[in-house]
Design a protein around this ligand. Sequence first.
Ligand code: CUA
Length: 158
Amino acid sequence: MHMHKFEKIWLVFGIGSLLVFLNVVGVSAFYMGNQPPSCLTTIDPEKVDTTKPFNKPGLHKVEGKDWDYELVFVASAFSYNPAKVVVQKGVKVKIMATTKDVIHGFEVAGTNINMMLEPGYVSEYVTTFKKTGEFLILCNEYCGVGHHMMSSKIEVVE
Ligand code: CUA
């Protein structure tokens, strides 16, 4: 079959734009999936230790909010502070986490909690632990030689 020169050009152009379109869709989906859930809350990564509530990592009872406790984590190469925390089953907890240096992950194994911690941003997740037991917190973003050693633990008790 003989193809007219212009038909060929349009065919190439069509396939080209399709590839561009797929690329844009793919890239933006990837980008959105990697944003912290609350990328509007910012923090100076140099001043994490003196910025509330990150100056006091751990579990804090709060009043007058939609949640009962705030569970504050500070990640840095290569650990989480606190290294372990005890939470009561059934209470509403807002997890708030940030990083002092590079990008770290914050995945609570066996739950839906899976956040990326970016320097300069606060990642938040409101949840209620409905099962007792130990939940391991793991870093799932490669952050350097000690990446595999980063962990913390949430112990949920009655
Ligand atoms: Cu922190 Cu990987």
